[in-house]
Ligand binder design. Structure first.
Ligand code: MG
Ligand code: MG
Ligand code: MG
Length: 317
């Protein structure tokens, strides 16, 4: 058997069985956006890690290293926010080819520096080793008083989203098309891919209202499947309530693609999807559906409901 046969999530299951241990201070173990460790009453540490690998997550000649450092940081901050925390301390580990330009790796660290000023965390250590390709890995520690799990969704909850999805994937398609002379719309989508922003600005709303939440890193539908499975509920998206960014609409019209393919299945937007028993009226908080009894993720349109495919990004397949 090889990794391709088990896939990313199958592998996580198998490895968890080897390594998982319970402890009374481990409030949340493997299987959520972050782990959660109790320090004392009202204070928990959130732990997460994310990696960017050359030719898997980025192509060296096509990415500005500053953007790479920013994106690595954003992916980590987003997981901390999804669990109700704010970022505090990071460790950065870099595996680098010996012939790499110093400017390139310094660029990555300038991007991390920009992100740590913006999201207010500090990098306190790391490691450097040689390798055949560039691999840069961040471990981020956050702090929270309340942990918001994937598993807190209940029938009757409202389903909310903090913003537009699909922009990053459309930007990636434009980058891969190698098109020259981009329009303003295309430039905006490309920027959405290279410079996503984690929704730390919505943390207070999440802490006030969210009962379950997840960040949209693999795609809206794929990530809502995690809410569905871990909360043991049915997630219903109402099509007419989904926010569609005008830039995505314009791009899809020009290239004859369906914007909902991007909205539902495009990853790396780093918005937050969450459920709540409260009706919320706040800026950038879109009510996109509801939770009911059952399982799976469904799309409701004109009083008809159909099950959405679970495809999304799965490493190793
Ligand atoms: Mg996540
Ligand atoms: Mg991940
Ligand atoms: Mg992540």
């Amino acid at each position: 058997m090889i990794l391709k046969d088990v896939g990313e999530f199958g592998l996580i299951d198998r490895l968890s069985k080897i390594i998982l241990e319970e402890d009374r201070d481990i409030l949340v173990n493997i299987g959520d956006d972050t782990a959660c460790i109790k320090v004392c009453d009202n204070k928990n540490l959130l732990l997460t890690v994310d990696t960017q690998v050359e030719n898997v997550h980025f192509i060296k000649d096509r990415i500005n290293p500053v953007d790479l450092g920013w994106k690595l940081s954003t992916a980590n901050v987003s997981d901390i926010v999804a669990c109700g925390g704010y970022p505090k301390y990071a460790l950065v580990s870099a595996s680098l080819p010996k012939n790499l330009e110093v400017d390139f790796i310094e660029g990555i660290y300038y991007g991390i520096k920009e992100a740590q000023d913006f999201y207010r965390f500090k990098t306190v250590g790391g490691n450097i080793t040689s390798s055949n390709q560039i691999m840069i890995d961040m471990t981020l520690i956050g702090e929270s008083s309340t942990f918001i799990p994937r598993s807190g969704g209940k029938p009757g909850h409202y389903l909310y989203l903090t913003g537009y999805t699909g922009l990053s994937r459309a930007g990636l398609d434009i980058i891969l098309s190698e098109k020259k002379d981009l329009t303003e719309t295309e430039k905006f989508l490309v920027k959405s891919h290279y410079r996503p922003t984690a929704r730390l600005d919505k943390l207070s709303i999440l802490l006030k209202f969210a009962k379950s939440s997840i960040d949209i890193s693999d795609g809206l539908v794929a990530d809502l499947y995690h809410i569905s499975k871990q909360s043991k509920v049915k997630v219903v998206i109402q099509k007419e309530s989904i926010p569609i960014h005008p830039a995505l609409l314009e791009y899809c019209k020009n290239v004859d693609k369906n914007p909902y393919d991007y909205i539902f299945y495009g990853g790396e937007d780093y918005q937050i999807a969450f459920t709540s028993d409260s009706f919320i009226e706040e800026e950038d908080i879109y009510l996109i559906g509801y939770i009911s009894e059952g399982e799976g993720v469904f799309l409701e349109e004109n009083n008809r409901s159909s099950k959405l495919h679970e495809k999304g990004f799965n490493h190793l397949i």
